[in-house]
Design a protein around this ligand. Structure first.
Ligand code: GLV
Length: 323
């Protein structure tokens, strides 16, 4: 295949060269070779004439960007979540949207446990004390945390990642319960764990971990009202999407000591973080690292490339998203 006849693909971010080499066998690549995002205008200008678009979760692929892709056949996001893409607008133009499910489940579940342990055992606080030279020495009652053994993990969302997080609970002596995405439902029948209403989960869990996609139904699922249902000794963990939690309400709940702490990897308005969260000791804040292992990010990029190659070659996508 000569360069002139190859379909053309816009890749909005730096990706491993070995993965780009796989794409280059079939496609011409227009690479935004940076770790930061293209502006909306630049993205619209560069997507014109492209058959494929490989993007990241923080590229906003709105209707205008999709319309600018006059030749587009496929939008492949290197992420499991696709709330950044106007899937309906793409579908109305016959454009396939794909994501990267499954392969990031293990990395994200591991990271969720890292946050659970970090916030319950006050690892961030402890590290700051040591780094700041403020450690006065071992003390019997210094930075006491909360033990997980015998406690309940409430998993909101029984998709792949939620189930992988729950599967680890017994190793820490915890029992896991699920809330179905819509409150309670048969969706969770496939799990080995109890399924309860969201309200019961909030009332009874010691750690509440969120694993739902961001949709109209889940936006601000965790708000003043739902936070007030949680135990005062409970911790909230969010490795799903900013926007599932109302960050202002969370800051309020922490100030009012309605919950004991939070472990957050995602935020409304990333990379901005609510100022009242930044200043708090009982919140462990990480910069959206859930799937950030070398192995997983490479596998995600490879899957996005496979999706593009399949679609531009006239074959079905490997992992299309459902509308
Ligand atoms: C990352 O946030 C993802 O959705 O994969």
């Amino acid at each position: 295949m000569t360069g002139a006849t190859k379909p053309s693909v816009l890749v909005t971010r730096r990706m491993p060269s070995a993965v780009l080499a796989q794409l280059e066998v079939v496609c011409d690549i227009d690479l935004h070779d940076h770790s930061d995002a293209l502006s909306h205008d630049a993205l619209c200008a560069r997507v014109g004439g492209k058959q494929g678009l490989i993007c990241m979760f923080n590229d906003r692929i709105e209707e205008s960007a999709i319309a600018a892709g006059d030749q587009l056949k496929v939008v492949a996001t290197v992420a499991v979540g696709f709330d950044n893409i106007d899937v309906a607008a793409a579908a109305s133009r016959g454009i396939v949207v794909t994501n990267t499910p499954d392969i990031l489940t293990g990395a994200t579940a591991e990271f969720t446990w890292a946050l659970i342990l970090a916030v319950t055992r006050r690892i961030g606080e402890g590290e700051r004390v040591v780094r700041n030279g403020a450690w006065k020495g071992w003390a019997f009652d210094f930075l006491l945390g909360a033990e997980l053994r015998g406690k309940q993990l409430g998993v909101v969302g029984a998709g792949r990642i939620g189930r992988a997080v729950a599967a680890v609970a017994p190793a820490f002596g915890m029992r896991a319960v699920f809330a179905a995405r819509t409150g309670a439902g048969a969706e969770n029948a496939a799990t080995d764990h109890a399924v309860v209403s969201l309200d019961e989960l909030l009332l009874t869990s010691d750690v509440v971990s969120l694993h739902v996609p961001l949709t109209q139904d889940t936006r601000h699922l965790i708000n003043r009202r739902t936070l007030a249902r949680m135990k005062r000794s409970a911790f909230l963990i969010n490795t799903s999407r900013g926007g599932v939690v109302d960050d202002g309400a969370l800051a309020w709940a922490l100030d009012a000591r309605l919950i004991a702490g939070a472990g957050l990897d995602v935020y409304e308005g990333e990379p901005g973080v609510h100022p009242q969260l930044v200043g708090r000791e009982n919140v462990c804040l990480t910069p959206h690292l859930g799937s950030a292992t070398r192995e997983t990010r490479t596998a995600m990029a490879e899957l996005a490339v496979r999706n593009v190659v399949e679609v531009v070659s006239g074959r079905p996508a490997v992992t299309p998203v459902a509308l």
